[in-house]
Design a protein around this ligand. Structure first.
Ligand code: HEC
Length: 123
């Protein structure tokens, strides 16, 4: 009887923890995929490596802390571009845009793995 209670308690307690861990790792995977896209789709060309900013475009490092730049706003900026930023809706899938948004919103942005030797640089 006691064993059953313990078992139920373990299952009930562990389920949300497992779900949380899963969504955490899904979030991380999205951020990492976004880091690769950010480099390989030409964002770094204007926004600098890792989004540190450059002569052509603003830094994107403070987005995690900017309540005005909601996921919807970021998605819109990437899809439709801005005054000087080109639109990317034709060259990125919805899933890729979502990954880029996850990356942009990450407080500690993951660094993409190095390109394999000999591969052409995206820039
Ligand atoms: C040709 C240069 C250029 C490229 C390439 C570019 N951007 Fe931009 N981006 C800009 C400029 C300039 C702005 C400032 C607003 C404007 O003119 O659109 C901007 C603004 C933004 C903003 C809004 C920042 C803010 O503080 O409001 C986001 C987010 C963004 N870019 C993400 C991206 C992502 C993601 C990519 C790659 C898919 C990308 N940009 C590629 C030039 C560029």
């Amino acid at each position: 009887m006691l064993f059953c209670l313990v078992l139920i308690a373990v299952v009930v307690l562990a389920t949300p923890i497992a779900a949380h861990a899963l969504s955490d790792s899904g979030q991380k995977a999205n951020e990492e995929a976004g880091a690769v896209l950010f480099r390989d789709k030409g964002c770094t060309h204007c926004h600098g490596e890792g989004g540190i900013g450059g002569p052509k475009a603003p830094a994107l490092l403070g987005i995690w802390n900017n309540k005005l730049l909601t996921p919807a706003k970021l998605t819109d900026q990437i899809m439709n571009g801005g005054q000087k930023m080109p639109p990317f809706s034709d060259s990125l899938t919805d899933a890729e845009i979502a990954q880029l948004v996850a990356y942009l919103r990450a407080r500690h942005k993951p660094v993409p793995p190095p390109l394999p030797p000999g591969s052409p640089s995206a820039q």
